[in-house]
Structures are given as C-alpha cells and as structure tokens.
Design a protein around this ligand. Structure first.
Ligand SMILES: [Zn+2]
Length: 350
C-alpha cells in the first residue's frame, strides 16, 4: 500500500467528500499501528517507518507471508535500521539490508545497481522474515532481478515464488516482465497499474476482494481478478485485520465497494456509486495519482492534461457510460462531454 497523492483540483465537488474522508481514516489507522501500547493489548505493533508496508508486515507477523521485501530512500535508512532492530527485538524477525543500492533512472521499472558507498543518492532494499535463510535469498533475488542482465527474468520468478505468491500468478507475472523497447510492448508490459489492467483483461468474473487498484491486500498482481488462490489469501488476511482493528476492516470494505476508472498509467479515479452494465451512477469520486512520485519522467504532458480535464468534466456530472472509443459523462440524462480513449485498455472501468 503506497502513500497516495491526491490531486489538488479546484473545489468542484466540495459537497462530495466521502471518499476523501475514508482515505484520511485509513491513514489514521495506518499511523495507529505504530503505537507500542498495542503490544500490551496483545495486538501487533508496526514501527512507523513500515507504515506503507502495513498490510505486508502484518501478513508476515501472522505467517501468512514467509518474507517481506521493502525499499527506502537513502536518507531514511537510519530510521529503517532502527525499525528493523525493533522488529528483531520484539518478534525475533531476521533482517538484511542490501549491500548495494539502486539508482532509479527511468520509469521502465529498471534501475542501475551500484555499491552502497557510491556518492549518488539511491534506494536501499531490505528483507524481513522469521527465517534467516529467507532474508538472505530475498535480498539476493531482489538485487539480481533489478539488474539489467539476461538473468533478471530468472531471478524475478525465483523472487516471486520465495515471496509465497500463488503459482498461477507467478506464471502470469512472467508474461508481464521482459520490457522491450517498442511503444506497444512498453504499454503492454510495464508498471503496476497496467499490470492490474492486464489482470482485468484476463477476467471473466471480478471479485470485489481483488478489483481495486487502491486497496491491494495482496502484494502480487493476481493472474485475473477472480483468482481463487489470491482470494483465499485476501480472506485470510481480512481475518487478521478483524482481530487487530475491527474498524479498519469497515474502511477496507468501503474501498472494496468502490469502482475505479483506471487510466493508462498510474492514475485512476475512485467512485462511490452503482454500476449497471456499462453505466456508472456516481455520488462521489476522487482522482488519485501515483505518477508524480514515481514515474513522472514518462508521463507526457498531454496525458496529464487529458486526465485533469476529464476530472473536471466528471466533477460536473453524475453518470459515466463506457463506450468502445469514448467514455461519456452525463449530468442526469444530458450528455455534458465525451473523452476519447486512445487505446482500448485506457480508461477501464470496474
Ligand atoms: Zn492466480
């Protein structure tokens, strides 16, 4: 679960702010796990530097996941070290911090790996598990899969299996890797939100447990949005949340009920409403963007402009109809605008 950035858009939907309130609530809960008093109540304490990995950390503590792999900016490394030591002291979790670091240099999901004493600012990875040998393997596979070598793909698969991802989804993951240079391959293959759309395109049925690009309780990309193994994982995870924080469960379920209009990249719009066939009647919506933080280099200005304009249009309406080449925005029964879909997988609504 990443920290989200909300797009600051003029107050067009001031009166409609239910989703935003729920996001604030979610963030409050995320922080609340970093209260050590929870230990006295027999609950799990999650050190604050891991708040973006809250779900993964909990899954690890409850042995639903065998190992967790995280990344942090170089400047945050001292805090992470402290949190890793705390995890060892409280839960006896073993850990390892990468001996090399990543220079993120492109949005293609590739990075240069350099020695940790390189003067350039980089990103460190770390692994956590109850088993020492798993933290060592995890670190090794993670580094190797991030390097631009022929073996990257081989290690990517080993990494996914070590993380405990279902085999069907590991196989699916194989089809997502191997980014080539052509625009078509780039569009088809990389970055997470696109992977989510690929899952969607593979789906005959969609489970609310897996459909949201916003609230992913599992770390992996499901092979399709009704994958049995992935659903089992999420159901087991929800039992953990119920035990740890009943009210957080309610918030999670709220997001399971939301619809999303997923943009080509990492932008999407969350909706609260009701969908009947290709028409969504919405009472609230919220645009969400990850791209400005992660992949900004590759998002064209036109694309961003188009996204913003669409948000403004959606703010004026209350109904969306998906057509093959457009999505159409209505205010009650009246069409107030159309947005062209440049690619069939752009603007999927589910
Ligand atoms: Zn699967």
């Amino acid at each position: 679960m990443q920290q989200v950035k909300l797009i600051n858009q003029i107050s067009l939907w001031k009166e409609r702010k239910m989703i935003k309130e729920k996001i604030n609530l979610l963030n409050t809960y995320r922080q609340s796990f970093a209260d050590r008093k929870r230990l006295e109540e027999g609950k799990t304490y999650v050190p604050l530097p891991f708040k973006n990995y809250l779900f993964t950390y909990l899954a690890l503590i409850y042995r639903l996941k065998p190992v967790m792999e995280g990344v942090c900016n170089e400047k945050d490394l001292p805090k992470i070290k402290k949190a890793l030591k705390e995890s060892k002291e409280i839960y006896n979790l073993q850990y390892k911090i990468s001996s090399e670091k990543f220079l993120i240099n492109s949005p293609k999901d590739e990075s240069d790996v350099v020695y940790s004493d390189d003067p350039r600012e980089g990103i460190f990875s770390y692994s956590l598990s109850y088993e020492k040998k798993k933290v060592i393997k995890s670190e090794k596979y993670f580094l190797e899969k991030s390097k631009k070598t022929d073996k990257a793909h081989f290690f990517s698969r080993k990494f996914a299996l070590l993380m405990g991802y279902p085999e069907c989804c590991v196989d699916f993951g194989d089809t997502l890797s191997g980014n080539l240079d052509s625009e078509r391959m780039k569009r088809e293959n990389f970055i997470w939100s696109k992977a989510h759309i690929r899952s969607f395109m593979n789906s005959r049925k969609i489970s609310p447990l897996l459909k949201s690009p916003f609230i992913n309780l599992q770390d992996h990309t499901p092979c399709h949005l009704n994958c049995l193994q992935s659903k089992k994982y999420v159901e087991r995870f929800l039992k953990i949340i119920e035990k740890e924080e009943k009210n957080l469960l309610k918030v999670i379920r709220y997001f399971f009920d939301c619809y999303s209009l997923i943009w080509y990249y990492s932008e999407f719009i969350l909706f609260k409403g009701e969908k009947k066939k290709e028409v969504l009647f919405y009472e609230d919506f919220l645009p969400i963007s990850y791209s400005s933080e992660k992949f900004s280099g590759d998002l064209s200005k036109n694309f961003k402009e188009k996204f913003k304009k669409s948000v403004v249009l959606i703010g004026k309406g209350n109904r969306i109809k998906m057509e093959e080449k457009y999505f159409v925005v209505y205010k009650n029964n009246k069409i107030i605008g159309k947005v062209k879909k440049d690619y069939p997988f752009e603007c999927a609504l589910f």
